[in-house]
Design a protein around this ligand. Structure first.
Ligand SMILES: [Zn+2]
Length: 173
């Protein structure tokens, strides 16, 4: 396999092999040295990293994207287990994510939504039922350019919400 190498490459390759052997034999010492260097030069390294990130915004974006891609399954698993323990947080997360995807702007925190429902006596503003699960309806639907904010939200039951569809009926008044 070495026959295709130029003399220069051959020498370089030799160094790599030599280093690899050296590394395998002295792995612990090398790792320990690296760790010590990191601890002693923490500030210098942080400053350098910061500077590098400022000068390479495109590369930073690429790295973030590829790391997100690599950790996709891990993140999915983490979210799944977190949301199974906190179902209301899941609703909040997916509502905000949908708004983000539609580029509607705005965000609604779970407690904002809970207190809005409380202020209306936890009833559907359309049919007035209190024995049903309330869903968040956007008075001006996101698809029509409405904002995902508490000012544009009203509690409706699933059935009334589906019937309303993409109309802009405001039941709050
Ligand atoms: Zn209803």
């Amino acid at each position: 396999m070495y026959s295709n190498l130029t003399p220069c490459q051959f020498v370089a390759y030799g160094f790599v092999i030599q280093y690899k052997e050296y590394y395998l034999e002295n792995r612990d010492v090398i790792l320990e040295r690296g760790k010590k260097y990191h601890i002693e030069n923490q500030d210098k390294i942080n400053a350098y990293t910061k500077e590098w990130r400022r000068n390479n915004p495109q590369r930073v974006k690429e790295l973030a994207r590829s790391s997100a891609e690599r950790n996709k399954h891990k993140l999915k698993g983490y979210l799944k287990s977190f949301f199974s323990r906190h179902p209301n947080k899941a609703i909040e997360y997916y509502r905000n994510r949908r708004a983000r995807k539609l580029k509607s702007g705005g965000k609604i925190a779970l407690d904002e939504w809970t207190s809005l429902c409380d202020s209306y006596g936890n009833r559907c503003l359309c049919c007035g039922r209190t024995d049903v699960k309330l869903t968040l309806d956007h008075v001006i639907p996101l698809k029509l350019g409405g904002i995902h904010s508490i000012e544009n939200a009203q509690p409706l039951c699933q059935s009334c919400n589906s019937k309303k569809h993409v109309q802009t009926t405001d039941y709050r008044i």
